[in-house]
Design a protein around this ligand. Structure first.
Ligand SMILES: *Cc1c(COP(=O)(O)O)cnc(C)c1O
Length: 369
């Protein structure tokens, strides 16, 4: 029986490294509530991700949701439907209305040429997504935001360690929210962070992730509980020691994939963006059935028969979710719809081997008609 290849595989330090990292928790009994590991990881991540302030969370979703809450936004937030459920849900769960902008057909981030026409007097913010580690058009987004007085909150869940024009991704916008979920480039088992440049926002978010507690006898905000615990922070500290090496391994695998799949009629590969340092977080491929001869679904099925599990990521679009049925018109985001129907993200993780990529590409070659 052939070995299973999943779309991703969580990166772990050696067992011994993790045990060594958590050993002192058995002395201190300090397991959560902004302990020493949380603080150490916070400092390390701030210099890696960029921005002046950082706070850590149980997960990326709570970073998004509480950052929106801390900004006291109202009305409409412009975003894209080509994302994970979390982005849209964070908006809706704050009592805000998502307004969906279409995406760029090459880098799959928000199409800035369509952004301005969606702004109304009810718009309070823009929430773009750095999809697959592709960086949004940050300069143009900021220009538009300044012109209309809008906040910009980036869903930076895919862009751990990315840079634009030599500047770390956490510097852009009013806030950038990261995910350290097990399946992401960097993980703390589950975890997340927000980076930004606003001291007042930092205090608000810090309180909101701990029930809104301001002092021993003062609760100022209707907060949640979204603190990162020490076991997760310890995993983060271990994984941080290997992150550059792991991104380098991803880069090499992506280059190998590109060599093997470049120039095939009906296959569109991810763009290589100018001025961007990528983290090689995903390897999306767009299959155009008319030219390739097989549809995305047929390729996915053929891979599955060989025990290779690629992922239709992102499909469906968030504006097509059952929980939002009847609320949005998917015809308004035709490019997102086109890409979503044709995209497949292929397996990619640091320990993937080139012979695995050979096996994956051989199945794809057989689907070419
Ligand atoms: C993973 C992800 C999130 C949510 O992060 P969690 O840590 O899983 O809560 C949000 N947005 C995008 C685009 C993601 O991929």
């Amino acid at each position: 029986m052939k070995e299973i290849i999943n779309v991703t595989k969580a990166t772990l330090p050696s067992f011994e490294e993790y045990v060594e990292e958590i050993r002192d928790l058995w002395d201190s009994h300090w397991l959560t509530n902004m302990g020493p590991k949380h603080e150490k990881l916070r400092t390390k991540l701030l210099s890696y991700l960029g921005g002046t302030y950082i706070d850590l969370f149980t997960n990326g979703h709570m970073a998004l949701e509480l950052t929106l809450q801390a900004m006291n936004l109202t009305g409409e937030v412009i975003t894209t439907p080509f994302t994970f459920a979390s982005t849209t849900h964070a908006i809706v769960r704050n009592g805000l209305e998502p307004v969906f902008c279409d995406i760029d057909p090459n880098d799959f981030t928000i199409d800035v040429t369509k952004l301005e026409s969606l702004i109304t007097d009810r718009t309070s913010a823009i929430m773009p997504v750095h999809v697959y580690g592709n960086v949004c058009q940050v300069e143009e987004i900021q220009r538009i935001a300044n012109k209309y007085g809008l906040k910009v909150i980036y869903d930076a869940a895919h862009s751990f360690g990315c840079e634009y024009k030599g500047k770390k991704i956490g510097h852009f916008g009013d806030a950038s929210c990261f995910s350290f979920h097990a399946t992401k480039v960097f993980n703390s088992i589950e975890g997340g962070a927000v980076c930004h440049n606003d001291e007042e926002l930092w205090m608000k978010i810090y309180e909101l992730k701990n029930f809104g507690i301001h002092g021993p006898e003062s609760v100022m905000g209707v907060g949640a509980n979204a603190k990162m615990n020490e076991m997760c922070a310890a995993m983060g500290l271990c994984n941080m020691r290997h992150i550059d090496e792991q991104i380098a391994m991803r880069k090499e695998l992506v280059e190998y994939y590109r060599e093997k799949l470049n120039g095939i009629d009906g296959i569109q590969l991810n763009v290589i963006q100018k001025d961007v340092k990528s983290n090689y977080s995903y390897f999306p491929v767009i299959f155009d059935e008319k030219k390739f001869g097989s549809s995305r679904n047929e390729v996915a099925d053929a891979l599955e028969e060989e025990r290779i599990y690629a992922r239709k990521y992102f499909y469906p679009l968030t504006n097509m979710f059952d929980c939002y049925a009847g609320q949005f018109d998917v015809e308004e985001t035709p490019v997102a719809r086109y890409i979503s129907k044709r995209v497949l993200t292929l397996p990619l993780y640091p320990s993937l081997e080139k012979k695995d990529i050979d096996r994956i590409c051989d199945v794809i070659y057989k689907c070419k008609k």
